[in-house]
Design a protein around this ligand. Structure first.
Ligand code: TRP
Ligand code: SF4
Length: 337
């Protein structure tokens, strides 16, 4: 059907409050995309269990925090289907079928899984202690995506390998059952470069180097004061170079107009502007931008019933479409019906 909208699906693990890397790397993209596509966004609580099966005390809060960040950032439940993975059991059913046709060495090769495995290993748990569920991570993710027979998956660059595997599994399913039932979905990336953490390393909650969407203006300012700058610019009258100041300059690339960027660049290279002033100007721009989002988040946080409603209603909608796709897959497999 030509006039049917193309479908997209994407999810995030409930790891707590989201940071600006999530916002610019993924969320902004979703907000745009929901205008054009039939969109499914879900909180991947089962995926969280693959590594945190024994740290579930914050699960409830984390799910709520992710949902709040989404809604405040403009993911609109009237435009998109927002759901909780564990509220759509068809995911697990499809996962079973896909796990049967996925060769074990495909899963073992998955580079993102290797990263996850390494994290677990660093925490003293060796490879042989990885759970059966964690090995199934890429297949579970494939189930999430194929569950709506989605055309596109808007994710950050770190997830692209997973989407590649999803394509492989979809193709294999179609080959095994001599059908063209599943669409081979494609990743859909944002243009924004990966934002670094304040210390110049990968931004992440566990590194304590991130700025949260929900951080107050004061906290944002305080955090930026500690951000690393051009290492060669030690004193105020040393000349600097924005290209050696990735952390701050990457934000200027997002927030600055052409004129402002030129001005900052001139002030930095000519040593007529200090780093403190540069950061102060930048922080004001960031805080102005996020002020309405932060305000909306605070409002929404007061209304727990509404949040529950969004998840319940969205999950109900997701189950209907998921059941349809699952039924079709079972028919193709020739399950007893
Ligand atoms: N693996 C993703 C992450 O860690 C979350 C995720 C799970 C996902 N299932 C998905 C993303 C399906 C896109 C599509 O962020
Ligand atoms: Fe970085 Fe700005 Fe300092 Fe230049 S002036 S080194 S861009 S913080």
């Amino acid at each position: 059907m030509d006039n049917e909208k193309k479908r997209i699906v994407s999810g995030m693990r409930p790891t707590g409050k989201l940071h600006l890397g999530h916002y610019f790397g993924v969320l902004q993209n979703w907000v745009k995309i929901q205008e054009e596509f039939e969109s499914y966004f879900f909180i991947a609580d089962w995926h969280a269990l693959t590594t945190k099966y024994n740290q579930t005390e914050d699960m409830r809060q984390n799910v709520e925090d992710v949902l709040l960040d989404w809604l405040a950032s403009g993911i609109d439940p009237n435009k998109s289907t927002i759901y909780l993975q564990s509220f759509v059991p068809q995911t697990a059913q499809l996962h079973i079928y896909l796990s049967m046709i996925t060769p074990q060495n495909w899963v073992e090769r998955d580079p993102t899984l290797k990263d996850l495995a390494k994290i677990m290993k660093d925490k003293q748990e060796n490879m042989s202690n990885l759970s059966y569920g964690l090995f199934g991570y890429p297949v579970l993710m494939t189930a999430d995506i194929l569950l709506f027979n989605s055309h596109y998956v808007p994710v950050g660059i770190d997830q692209v390998a997973h989407v590649e595997l999803t394509r492989d599994i979809a193709r294999r399913f179609n080959n095994v059952y001599k059908n063209d039932y599943f669409v081979e979905p494609q990743p859909k990336l944002t243009q924004i470069p990966l934002l670094k953490g304040l210390d110049g390393n990968k931004m992440g909650k566990s590194f304590n180097n991130d700025i949260k969407i929900s951080d107050s203006a004061e906290i944002t300012e305080k955090k930026f004061k500690s951000a690393i700058t051009d290492r060669n610019r030690i004193r105020r009258d040393d000349k600097g170079n924005p290209d050696n100041c990735e952390v701050v300059w990457d934000y200027w690339k997002i927030f600055g107009t052409e004129d402002e960027k030129q001005e900052i660049c001139a002030g930095c290279t000519g040593a007529t502007m200090g780093c403190a002033d540069c950061k102060k100007r930048l922080v004001k721009k960031i805080n102005d931008y996020f002020a309405p989002i932060r305000e909306k988040r605070e409002e929404l946080a007061k209304n727990k019933d509404y949040l529950k409603d969004v998840i319940f209603e969205g999950s109900k909608k997701a189950r209907i479409k998921a059941q349809e796709v699952l039924d079709g897959a079972e028919k193709v497999i020739r399950m007893y019906k």
